[in-house]
Design a protein around this ligand. Structure first.
Ligand SMILES: C[S@@+](CC[C@H](N)C(=O)[O-])C[C@H]1O[C@@H](n2cnc3c(N)ncnc32)[C@H](O)[C@@H]1O
Length: 312
């Protein structure tokens, strides 16, 4: 679904404003669209007429546009600043090993994911994009059961070499212990390493449970992939610092800042945002719950850049 969102966002007319993942569309063929057929993004991708996509399809595409651009920027910067290893956790249909092949010469890339998803992605990428780059190693893991440090070390990851980690679109699917263990492991790697990840908060999970018709949970639950973990509301920074990671930037994905930074063209046009009148109207009860959520300072979805500080 998220790769479909990238594919849709990569079709925007203006090359400077579109989702830079131009390979996503290659990975999403009829068989993949069939897997997500309940979601409006499936119909939006099939429709080549240029019509405005349905609200949830457009929303997924803009969310992915912001997410891809933010993480791409951090990824490129980390490599420019000397990262010699890139570890892409929960890689799914991530294409960065291919898209950034030029800057990744001399950088080892590890795609770490659950075995079945990874096998599927490998087959798809090899057929549609081509032979994987020689510096790419595929590693399987279950974040709820396996120890990341063991898995990476067995795969040839060098703890002494500067590493950039991404954990994109994964923390909400993993149980709290698995999230904490993974973050603690990264926090114990070499100072100067960085991680970019995203997360939701507990209040959002509560809202989704109470009003499953508004938001992604009606699809995710039906697919057996529910969101199960959210950070404690208003205590996100503390959550990371207690685990030993230093928050560098916490960036709310639907904030005015995100719209300005990633969706606003130089002429002031905002790309991709679904028109306000297309937004499904929340019943009063849901509006009050949403208001409580925003009073608690919960943002629906946050991108985070975190750094490993000097160990005390
Ligand atoms: C929504 S996808 C995101 C994929 C990719 N990072 C992206 O943004 O396109 C969630 C990913 O998390 C992985 N995942 C979820 N729970 C996992 C677990 N317990 N162990 C390993 N991988 C897991 C899935 O296999 C999948 O690749």
């Amino acid at each position: 679904m998220v790769a479909a969102g990238r594919a849709l966002g990569a079709r925007y007319h203006d090359p400077a404003m579109r989702n830079p993942d131009m390979l996503a569309e290659k990975l999403i063929g009829p068989a993949e669209i069939a897997l997500i057929q309940e979601h409006p993004i499936a119909r939006a991708l099939e429709d080549k007429s240029g019509a405005t996509p349905a609200y949830e399809a457009a929303g997924t595409a803009v969310m992915m546009l912001i997410r891809t651009k933010f993480i791409d920027e951090k990824f490129q910067r980390a490599v420019a600043n000397g990262a010699r290893q890139a570890v892409i956790l929960g890689a799914g249909f991530d294409t960065r090993a291919y898209r950034f092949a030029d800057i990744l010469k001399g950088v080892k890339v590890f795609e770490v994911d659950s075995f079945a998803t990874q096998q599927y992605k490998r087959r798809r990428a090899e057929t549609e994009i081509g032979t994987p780059p020689a510096n790419l190693t595929y590693v399987s893991i279950d974040f709820n059961h396996d120890k990341l440090a063991d898995v990476l070390t067995r795969a040839g990851w060098d703890p002494a070499a500067r590493t950039f980690f991404t954990w994109e679109g994964v923390s909400m699917y993993v149980a709290e212990n698995g999230v904490r263990e993974t973050l603690r492991t990264i926090a114990n790697t070499a100072p100067g390493n960085t991680l970019v990840m995203d997360y939701t908060t507990q209040a959002v999970l509560d809202f989704m449970k109470q009003f499953p018709q508004f938001g992604p949970s009606k699809f995710l639950d039906a697919w057996g992939e529910p969101w199960i973990f959210g950070l404690p509301d208003g205590k996100e920074r503390e959550f990371f610092t207690e685990l030993g990671l230093e928050p560098v930037e916490l960036f709310s994905i639907f904030s005015p800042d995100a719209i300005k930074r990633y969706l606003t063209a130089p002429d002031g046009t905002i790309v991709g945002m679904p028109p306000p009148d297309a937004r499904p109207k929340l019943p009063e009860e849901a509006q009050s719950a949403a208001a409580v959520m925003s009073q608690k300072g919960s943002s629906f979805y946050t991108l985070a850049e975190l750094a490993v500080p000097e160990h005390s």
